[in-house]
Design a binder for this molecule. Structure first.
Ligand code: ADP
Length: 267
């Protein structure tokens, strides 16, 4: 009979622990929701005032009666408020993406063409650093995706590659059909590789967290917010795809994006 009481006690204890765990999970979920709400609120409340500051600063820069010093001050206000505006826009975009508020408007588009356009848009920045910017693309690469959002992904990966690669380096972009692991669900693979400063091995796991910046980037004194990759990942995930990062063969970093070719299936 001691056996039976002991078993009862154990069962009681287990139930209490389960209860406690469920309560903690609910509390964490509630906190998470509050955090998201707070972030959305703060972002909205910041957006309008920053917009106004920017607008007036821009108007002032055109005023011919400003002294040299005044013009310099106004330019700082303009530049800093532009930076704040980008930061707030990125935060808002990320919050919406992560909350699932943003619908991906997927339609048939040509990834090869999107990549070519993005590469040409980043060429001036690459040239300014004497980087070689090479693309390896098929003539066409049809995917079912949101072209504007894919451009955002490409712009983020390309601007990072250019930003984190010292003068004289190489940035290579390639895209093509993925090796057919699942013939019924074909996918495409996009890689952006660079010969840049790289990421310490133990930091790869945190790369797609918002605000995370690798020590290599901080030590190199390259500016950034740590939001781009979080946004990029949210967009890729919303398309049913995946993104990973790995060290390049000759140093640097390779980002790999896999996207399904067809529209997302609900099964
Ligand atoms: P940031 O505004 O800091 O560039 P991201 O979210 O785009 O923010 O990237 C997060 C961090 O990932 C960067 O701060 C940098 O440490 C690292 N990173 C991203 N792309 C590269 C790259 N091509 N080479 C080296 N490090 C990179």
């Amino acid at each position: 009979s001691t056996d039976i009481t002991e078993r009862h006690q154990l069962a009681d204890q287990r139930e209490r622990l389960l209860d406690q765990q469920q309560r903690q999970v609910r509390q964490l979920q509630e906190l998470d929701r509050m955090k998201d709400e707070l972030m959305a609120l703060v972002t909205h409340e910041l957006r309008n005032p920053i917009g106004a500051i920017r607008g007036y600063a821009e108007m002032l820069t055109d005023d011919p009666e400003l002294s040299h010093a005044q013009r310099a001050f106004v330019e700082v206000i303009d530049r800093k408020s532009a930076h704040l505006q980008r930061l707030v826009d990125d935060l808002l975009d990320l919050a919406r993406l992560q909350a699932g508020y943003i619908a991906i408007e997927a339609r048939e588009c040509d990834l090869a063409r999107l990549v070519r356009q993005a590469v040409e848009d980043h060429r001036p920045a690459a040239l300014a650093k004497r980087l070689t910017l090479a693309a390896d693309l098929p003539g066409h690469l049809p995917v079912h995706a949101d072209a504007l959002r894919l451009r955002q992904v490409l712009d983020n990966l390309l601007s990072n590659a250019v930003k984190y690669t010292p003068d004289g380096g190489i940035v290579t972009v390639a895209a093509g059909p993925a090796a057919a692991a699942d013939a019924g669900n074909p996918s495409v693979v996009l890689t952006v590789a660079d010969t840049g400063i790289g990421i310490p091995a133990e930091q790869y796991g945190r790369l797609f967290e918002r605000f995370f910046r690798a020590s290599t980037a901080r030590e190199a004194g390259v500016k950034g917010t740590g939001l781009g990759l979080a946004i990029t990942k949210a967009i890729v995930t919303a398309h049913g795809g995946a993104i990973t990062a790995a060290p390049g063969e000759g140093g640097g970093t390779v980002f790999t994006v896999i996207l399904p070719v067809g529209p997302p299936t609900s099964s």
